[in-house]
Design a protein around this ligand. Structure first.
Ligand SMILES: C[S@@+](CC[C@H](N)C(=O)[O-])C[C@H]1O[C@@H](n2cnc3c(N)ncnc32)[C@H](O)[C@@H]1O
Length: 419
């Protein structure tokens, strides 16, 4: 069955079946939102959290799995906010109000009618057309007004976009640019069918105009066509090039790409998290590590480059998963790779941990805690020194924090071990 048939909704017709990768994707979004709300409401003095949640490719709201009904993204998002309202208030003396607006839209009017029908029968019916705004239309056309509404209502522009397109052309890069250049605190989860694009280019290099925004040039097409028989290498290289272009052109500073496999389409799909803050990216990674889920990170987990990475030629990296043995390998690799990275990025022999995290944030599957563990080990071995923000040397046995400063040791042992 083609992917599109799996996403067809019409009032009165049977619900579409849910595919395994759609379930996984929804699980990740739900779990991420739990972590997200816990993090952004950590300040006990906060009284109100205003947020807008945009689902630009929302579909009809429900799926069938055997005899059970499963929620699609709009219900998953509504439920995540309901749960957060209860959870974050559980231990507060002063209640925190979460004021959320939802924009759900889809280009297909039958899908929107089906969603309206389901919402009107649900516990969310009173919010319909109040805090839940339903619109039929192409995401690209609706976006400017949605952004204007967010800016009018919320000073900080806190927002969460779910951009679950079918293929790869319905979220043009300029939409991502608009989101990340006009709002202060946006995050987005984007699906992008990289393999569908590559398969198209395998036989047909025409019609490049709309694809240049993803870094697809004549040169890219001819390189990909010459590499394509080396499935692993060709694909990994081409995928990374596209991801690097998406990252660079989106204006989001942090771009965390993960691959998930669609059995129906027999293709790898990209699920990317885009944010302006390293901390948000760290939280997204925590979901992948926690779930050890069916997502894969392209290439090795320690430090890698998006775009073409010559190390791929030797390693022909397999896809990295989030299991315990992967963590051990990753920590070992980071011990080898971090010292050089730290030293190279120092200015006047110092580097703030926060700055290091920003610099390598896009280039590793390691969570901050894993990076801290490695830095602490390097400190205990005398390869770096660590100072507290307020001044004073930190004991090697003390946990590293984001606010710490890394200092080049007076006796540089660093390269003796690794050269
Ligand atoms: C993968 S499905 C979405 C599934 C949904 N997010 C969920 O989790 O249940 C993609 C949806 O995008 C819609 N769509 C296709 N092109 C679009 C466009 N340019 N703008 C907005 N929606 C579009 C389709 O009608 C379809 O419902």
């Amino acid at each position: 069955m083609s992917k599109k048939q799996n996403f067809k909704w019409k009032i009165g017709a049977p619900l579409p079946g849910i595919e395994a990768h759609t379930e996984r994707k929804l699980e990740v979004i739900e779990q991420y939102l739990d972590v997200y709300f816990d993090t952004v409401t950590a300040n006990r003095r906060m009284e109100t959290l205003r947020i807008t949640i945009v689902d630009g490719f929302c579909g009809g709201g429900l799926y069938q799995k055997g005899r059970e009904t499963r929620y699609g993204s709009p219900f998953a998002l509504l439920n995540a906010v309901e749960k957060a309202k209860i959870r974050v208030n559980a231990e507060r003396r002063k209640p925190l109000e979460i004021v959320a607006h939802f924009y759900f839209s889809d280009a297909n009017s039958l899908h929107m009618a089906a969603l309206r029908d389901e919402l009107s029968k649900s516990k969310f019916s009173e919010q319909l057309d109040e805090s839940i705004i339903l619109q039929t239309g192409e995401f690209e056309n609706l976006l400017p007004k949605v952004i204007a509404d967010i800016k009018r209502r919320q000073r900080q522009g806190r927002s969460f976009f779910v951009l679950d397109q079918w293929g790869y052309v319905d979220v043009p890069v300029n939409c991502l640019q608009q989101i990340f250049s006009s709002l202060d605190k946006p995050e987005a989860i984007l699906t992008f069918s990289i393999d569908a694009l590559l398969n198209y280019l395998r036989t047909d290099g025409s019609g490049l105009e709309g694809l240049r925004q993803f870094g697809i040039s004549e040169e890219f097409v001819s390189t990909w066509q010459s590499l394509k028989d080396d499935e692993q290498f060709g694909r990994a290289t081409a995928q990374r090039t596209i991801m690097e272009n998406l990252r660079r052109n989106s204006g989001a500073h942090f771009f965390t790409p993960f691959m998930m496999y669609s059995k129906t389409d027999k293709r790898w799909m990209l699920l990317a998290h885009l944010s302006k803050h390293q901390a948000a990216r760290d939280k997204m990674l925590s979901v992948h590590w926690d779930k050890q889920n069916h997502f894969r990170h392209i290439g090795k987990g320690s430090l890698f480059e998006l775009g073409f990475d010559h190390r791929l030629i030797e390693s022909k990296d397999s896809l990295f998963s989030f299991r315990e043995d992967d963590e051990i390998t990753l920590l070992g690799e980071l011990e080898n790779e971090l010292p050089t990275r730290v030293m190279d990025n120092m200015t006047e022999d110092i580097l703030a941990v926060e700055q290091l995290l920003s610099q390598i944030g896009n280039l590793t599957a390691a969570q901050n805690d894993m990076i801290f563990k490695v830095l602490q080990k390097l400190a205990s071995e005398g390869e770096i020194e660590v100072e507290k923000k307020a001044g004073g040397r930190k004991k090697a046995s003390t946990k590293i924090e984001v606010s710490d400063i890394l200092v080049r040791p007076s006796q540089r042992m660093l390269f003796t071990n690794f050269s």
